[in-house]
Design a protein around this ligand. Structure first.
Ligand SMILES: *Cc1c(COP(=O)(O)O)cnc(C)c1O
Length: 407
């Protein structure tokens, strides 16, 4: 039996009030199924916000953490360790990259990427080459630099003076970038698919155009693949869906598949501007996290899993279209792989949270992306049975939502 001396009411008594978690407390997970304190079960279409690429309690990940936990948890970066070197080698062997920096979260990987882009431009070119071009609705994390590069004022405002020389333009608008990019630009930063901002993919022309503009202006193309990386789109990284090679990418969420772990990847040339002491972290690249990361990497980076993502995408989109036939709640279904967004039709605008609450009653955990989009980011290996059960619950939740809206 689980300890029930704490419950949802405890939350408001002890936690910083920055989240508004659901009314139930999950205590156990297996695959894409989760149980709460009362023993109710849920299908998990949220995957811990695109983190649990291999579902809950994957036996191989459990084994990895058990084995490594009995050997070595942490040594700090005063010493290196085998799991970190092995994982870095795998990332290099399977991407454009030649150098890796490990951290613990998406924001930290992005913080490193933005500092690197600035430092590269300043040391190689000029102390005035510091402009970062980023996009409206972008999300890059919650440290002060990353939230400033992010394109949502509601997250960045209210904390005093921000890091300067960051400019935001509309996403997928190449002319808007052309109008502001110049020799003082050090980097263009984007998510290949904007996640938190509403599941909007960069068009191929936009991505190629950015690469050209960066080359013409000696600026770096930085891709935030914190959410899109590690198989989420059906390729190991989303940039591989485009005919473009970036200069820096970051990845996190699925990299540790539930254990905090992130990475920034770049070329040897760009990495060479950093010296001992230029940047660092205490926990980043610790052996426990990297031992999990190694096993997760080997499981995700297979033809079977990556092709399975594509099949699951098709199945989910077909089901969402069928739901839409019945209820007419969506105006658009978009995304790639297992990063899918269903935008609500105008008459249901901004009610995504209400649907999530009704879904919980039907035994389904899901996410929104902004106030107007339902987001689907399940495990990359969610089973057909779990998918079908989850969709049935979603159908019921939407039936109730439509009914409640009509009265
Ligand atoms: C989740 C996310 C982040 C932030 O990651 P944290 O681990 O919460 O710091 C940054 N960028 C993107 C695209 C994300 O989806």
């Amino acid at each position: 039996m689980t300890k029930q001396s704490v419950n949802r009411a405890t939350y408001d008594q002890v936690m910083l009030p920055i989240y508004s978690p659901a009314d139930f407390i999950p205590v156990k997970g297996q695959g894409s199924r989760v149980w709460d304190q009362q023993g109710n079960s849920y299908i998990d279409f949220a995957g811990g916000i695109a983190v649990l690429a291999l579902g809950h309690a994957h036996p191989a990940l459990n084994q990895a953490i058990k084995e490594q936990s009995e050997k070595l948890w942490h040594v700090s970066n005063v010493f290196t360790n085998e799991p970190a070197l092995e994982l870095a080698q795998k990332l290099i062997d399977n991407t454009f990259a030649e150098r890796v920096f490990f951290a613990n979260s998406g924001a930290e990987a992005n913080e490193a990427a933005f500092k690197l882009a600035r430092h590269y431009a300043i040391t190689r070119h000029s102390p005035y080459k510091t402009k970062i071009i980023a996009f409206h609705n972008a999300f890059h994390g919650r440290t002060f630099f990353t939230v400033s590069v992010g394109g949502q004022a509601k997250y960045a405002d209210g904390f005093g003076p921000k890091p300067a020389d960051i400019i935001h333009v509309p996403f997928n608008d190449l002319n808007a970038v052309k109008a502001v990019i110049d020799s003082h630009t050090c980097a263009v930063v984007l998510e290949p698919i904007q996640g938190e901002g509403g599941i909007t993919a960069a068009t191929p022309e936009f991505m190629r155009g950015l690469r050209e503009l960066c080359d013409e202006n000696q600026a770096l193309l930085v891709l935030d693949e914190v959410q899109t990386g590690m198989g989420r789109t059906g390729k190991l990284f989303a940039y591989m869906n485009y005919d473009v090679t970036p200069d820096i990418i970051t990845t996190a969420k699925a990299l540790g598949s539930g254990f905090p772990l992130s990475a920034m990847l770049t070329t040897a040339d760009i990495a060479s501007v950093m010296g001992v002491g230029t940047h660092g972290t205490t926990y980043g690249g610790n052996p426990l996290a990297c031992a999990v990361g190694n096993v997760a990497f080997d499981l995700i980076n297979t033809k079977e899993v990556l092709e399975g993502v594509q099949q699951r995408y098709q199945w989910i989109v077909d089901e969402l279209m069928a739901i839409n036939q019945r209820y007419g709640v969506f105006s658009q279904i978009r995304g790639q792989g297992l990063l899918i967004g269903a935008e609500l039709a105008p008459q249901y605008a901004n009610q995504a949270r209400d649907i999530l609450t009704l879904a919980i009653k039907q035994g389904l955990m899901m996410l929104n992306a902004g106030t107007n989009v339902l987001r689907f980011t399940p495990s990359l290996i969610i089973t057909q049975e779990e998918l079908a059960e989850g969709m049935k619950a979603l159908d019921k939740a939407i039936a109730e939502f439509v009914h409640l809206s009509s009265i």
